[in-house]
Design a protein around this ligand. Structure first.
Ligand SMILES: [Zn+2]
Ligand SMILES: [Zn+2]
Ligand SMILES: [Zn+2]
Length: 273
């Protein structure tokens, strides 16, 4: 499985749109891996997780072709993961010869309601919207995907996603805080070959609705305790706020003993089957 992280910032981007803080000034000056766009993932060229206002930037800078997308999955409706306006360009006359029409969209019932209220005629909009239930696996043209309950936005069911068969899969955990018992109960019976977790806060504090380096460490410990983490599993951290302070190489140095890989925009990870 090819797992490419297209955007690795928290909501405001890094450098943040209107910000002149020291980490933003340093990121502007250093460039490269320190320029972080909004959270977005591509699995095997045909499965996309989240769709935000940085997608044109992703496809043009990374040489991607979204006409090949067959499935679009959403985690939640925060603006940095979900831009309903961009979905207007799925249909004629904006898009021709897409690989799959309608595009299958998989999301919580909450997110489905938002999409369907903006695009009441799904066929005309070039999409087919499916509300999923946590812990129920769906099939994406041969790729199993399982939504699990995240802890993030109190007025909405937020999802993280597992890709691949449950005995050999990848966890994409963004956005979330430290999981609650029902999610751990489910993960007990899962074997992970890679975890990609948000780490919005870095070393700068704790939150119930976002992860820090400390909470990612706790998450890894719990997965080990449950027997859910394959010994060879990669652990990758992403979705950094400028308030996390540390530039890419500084963060990588601080977490090298944990074995964490610090993601950057465009990073391609190979995982699992
Ligand atoms: Zn986010
Ligand atoms: Zn800033
Ligand atoms: Zn969010």
């Amino acid at each position: 499985m090819k797992f490419q992280i297209l955007g690795t910032a928290a909501a405001e981007g890094w450098p943040a749109l209107f910000c002149a803080c020291d980490p933003c000034r340093r990121a502007r000056a250093a460039g490269g891996k320190n320029i972080r766009s909004r959270a977005s993932v591509l699995v095997n060229d045909n499965i996309k997780v989240d769709f935000n206002s940085d997608e044109f930037h992703h496809l043009s800078t990374l040489g991607l072709d979204y006409s090949q997308l067959e499935h679009l999955l959403f985690t939640h409706s925060h603006n940095d993961h979900f831009s309903t306006g961009e979905l207007a360009y799925l249909r004629d006359p904006f898009a021709h010869n897409r690989k799959k029409n309608p595009l299958d969209i998989w999301c919580s019932a909450d997110v489905a309601n938002i999409i369907q209220s903006r695009y009441p005629d799904e066929a005309a909009a070039g999409m087919s919207v499916h509300a999923v239930k946590p812990f129920e696996t769906i099939g994406l043209d041969g790729m199993p995907a399982t939504p699990i309950t995240a802890i993030h936005k109190h007025d909405e069911l937020c999802l993280n996603w597992l890709f691949g068969p449950l005995d050999n899969c990848v966890l994409y955990a963004s956005d979330t805080g430290f999981y609650q018992p029902p999610t751990w109960e489910f993960l007990k019976n899962v074997k992970l070959n890679m975890v990609v977790s948000e780490c919005t806060l870095g070393f700068t504090g704790e939150s119930e609705t976002h992860m820090s380096v400390n909470s990612v460490r706790r998450m890894k410990d719990e997965l080990v305790r449950l027997g859910s983490l394959k010994p060879s599993a990669q652990f990758v951290i992403t979705h950094f706020s400028h308030n996390a302070l540390l530039l890419h190489d500084e963060m990588q140095e601080r977490v090298k003993d944990d074995g964490f890989v610090v993601a950057y925009d465009g990073i391609i990870l190979e995982a699992g089957p």
